[in-house]
Design a protein around this ligand. Sequence first.
Ligand code: FES
Length: 74
Amino acid sequence: MIVCVCAGVSERKLRAVIADGAATMREIERRCGAGAGCGSCHLAVRQCLRESREAAAAVDMEFPAAAAAQLAPA
Ligand code: FES
């Protein structure tokens, strides 16, 4: 699905850019152009950024428990 029509950026591309380290709207604009045109995609881009942050935070919270389980004596 195309998120930014002006730059032709798909949701997949946007998520890849975020996963590669783009953490702000400015960085996303610089890396792929999404949001740099008319601005009508800003809400969708921010939503994608927020979802990616929440997913990353959930993984961070799960990792210590998983690591502790592996390190625990059998
Ligand atoms: S649709 Fe993204 S800047 Fe226009």
